[in-house]
Structures are given as structure tokens and as C-alpha cells.
Design a protein around this ligand. Sequence first.
Ligand SMILES: [Zn+2]
Length: 327
Amino acid sequence: MSNNLKNKSNNQADGKRSLAEYCERFAELNVSSNKQRGTAQYKPILLLSVIDSIAQGFILDNKIAVSEDLIDTFNRYWKLLNSEYEGGLHYPFLHLQSEGFWHITFKPEFNGLQPKTTNKLKQAVDYASLDNELFELIQNPVSRQALVDTLIAVWFSYSKKQIEDVISINNKLQSSKDESNISYSKDSSQEKRFYFKKSILRNAFFRKAVVHVYDYKCAFCKLKVTRSLKQNIVDGAHIKPLAQFYDNRIDNGISFCKNHHWAFDNGLFTIDNEYKIIVSNDFQEESPHSRTIREFHGEAILLPNSTEYLPRVEALQWHRKNVFRNK
Ligand SMILES: [Zn+2]
């Protein structure tokens, strides 16, 4: 192990690595499965924890220490996503080195024996750093979302119960919001603490769950374009905006294609309590090759099969009052 340790970055020679390349690498993480640890999602969960910590500003430069914040974030995600097996940050923190984009700098006094607990890891490691290109990509919200979506699409949706798993994880993420706020209000250094409700992971599971209950179709125009489970043309849109309400319950979501997501967020149309489309009279449009937005006025949107996922009437009312714009 220690032979590679000083070899900080061996990827400078072959040029910058792209987002697509890192997505591919995230999809192909070498994840050994064994009886004690199951199909271990240690590495994906460590990466999600690191990305989330960077997104929330807890990790500011490309020197990722074994901090209490990181340990805590990892343990929370571990508990939510993989409660069946024993967790532990030390395990993926070391093994991620074999992927080539995660580089560990050990403390000078490190004795070379593999740390078997998180405490030992803390004593041994100065910090880890990502490839600089990857660190930059994570700082950009658009490429960050692509990386998170890849991890979730590949590592958390492999079984027949795929969507039940995703929906139940989404619900767990939503309901643990209050609990996590309480547990941290006691802490004196609370301002630098993990904000669970702002977690990018919650948002990723929300989008995936919503899109799935609408069968990957736009609720407005019914368009469906998929390439694989990872790639489709629709988004899980929040009816009440995430940034204001942090409401990731599925009934605060509707699946829309990119165009109609934008139109909904900008108040060009809204939806009544009977799930019928109301189109604004306050915009111009030309659509020579497909139906205009206006032509959908009065039509019902597509609804999920299960009534428990129907858009919440209270959220629709809020949207009509606060987002929809008519002359
Ligand atoms: Zn559409």
C-alpha cells in the first residue's frame, strides 16, 4: 500500500479528465462483496458524503481530513442507505485509493499498519485529496448533480424492489429532517454542522422517486424518452420550491420534461384541484412542430398510479397563488 502513497497524481500527463469519464468511473467502482459486509456500498456512500460536504461548504479545499463532520455525515448516510451491515468510515477511506482518483497523505508517524477503526484512521491520516479535475467538477452544481445521479442510479437501484427502496429511502430522508435538527441544536459549534435538509442526496432520491412514479413521462405533454435507467428526459419538479420549503415528499413533486419544468417553475401554467392545466395569458409562444403550451389548457395532467403520490392539493394551491402569473 505505502508504495503508492507518495505518488500524488499520476494522471497529469494524459490531460484533463472529463465529467463523463468520472461518471463512468463512479459507475464502475470496484466494490467487493463478501459475507460480512454484503454488497458493500462503502465507496459510493463515502463519495456521496464527501460530495455533500463539499456542496455544503464543510470541505473547502482539496484536503479531506478524517473530521468529525465527515465521520458523522458518513454514518448518517450509512444508516439510511445500508442499515443491514456494520459501517465504518475507515474501510472505504483507505480502499478508495485503488480507484486512482483518491490520494491519501499519511502522517509522518504512521506505522504502515492498516487502520482497523475510524479512530486509528484518524491517527494515521493527514488528509485525502481527489484528482484536482474531480474536485473542480464537484464544485460546479451541474456536474455535481450528474456525479451524484450516477452514484445513486448505479449503486442504489439494483434490485426488483428498486422503486420501493428508492421511495422508502426518500421518505426516510424526509422524515429524519426534524430529528437531525434537534440532535444538532445542542451542539455549540452548530453553524458548521451538517444541514441534513440541504443535502444533495435528498434531492437526488426525490427526483428519482418522482420520475419513477410517473413512469418516466412528462405529466404535462406525456413525452417519454429514455436511454437507460440513468438517462431520461424528465425531471422530478418541486411544486413548492426546494430552496424555500425543503419539502421532498413525493406529493410535492411532479415529473416534467425540461421545457414544461421551466414553464411550471416560471408560472406559465399551473394546475387546479382536479389536476387540470390552467395556462397563463401572459406570454407569447411559437411552436411550429409540436403543440403549444396554450393548447393544453383544460386538459388533465398525467397522474401516478397510486393515489398516495398524487400532487398535494395544498402545494398546488400554493403554486397557483405564488408562482402562476396571469394578466
Ligand atoms: Zn413536457
